[in-house]
Design a protein around this ligand. Structure first.
Ligand SMILES: [Zn+2]
Length: 148
């Protein structure tokens, strides 16, 4: 489903990206001011995280005088999509449905969210299969046990 492979970014780096996605162009000082209280990070920590994000190609840098301006080189939507599909790639295909059900029952949703999900469920009803095929390596999930 994903056509682009994006670098894996840590939870800490994700916090920085959220600031950049929201504010578009920021200095490391701006980032520090926005998240220092939430994360309780020092300026040095934030600079290290920014440096890693630049190396990973997630942030673009532009030098203005003696300051660096950072902007995102990928959108939040793209990154979220890659993060979630990355997560589901580490699951047995047969556990995806139950995992989604659990995520869904825990989520707080608006009427329009529910509407959207209902439309998807209607479509999924048409496409549903009897048994989802497992594509795991034997020994990494329990599916094989049921097929002796
Ligand atoms: Zn499996």
């Amino acid at each position: 489903m994903t056509n682009k492979t994006q670098p894996t970014i840590s939870d800490a780096e994700w916090e920085i990206m959220r600031v950049v996605w929201t504010n578009h162009t920021v200095t490391s000082k701006d980032i520090t001011e926005i998240i220092k209280e939430k994360m309780n990070w020092k300026q040095a920590t934030i600079k290290t995280l920014i440096g890693r994000l630049v190396e990973k190609g997630m942030l673009k840098t532009e030098a203005i005088g003696n300051k660096y301006l950072y902007s995102p080189s990928v959108t939040e939507e793209e990154s979220l999509k890659s993060k979630t599909s990355d997560f589901f790639e580490h699951l047995c295909n047969r556990k995806v449905g139950a995992t989604l059900a659990e995520l869904l029952s825990e989520a707080t949703l608006s009427h329009s969210d529910v509407q959207l999900l209902e439309e998807i469920i209607q479509r999924k009803k048409m496409e549903a299969v009897d048994v989802v095929s497992c594509n795991c390596t034997p020994g990494q999930c329990d599916c094989q046990h049921y097929h002796h």
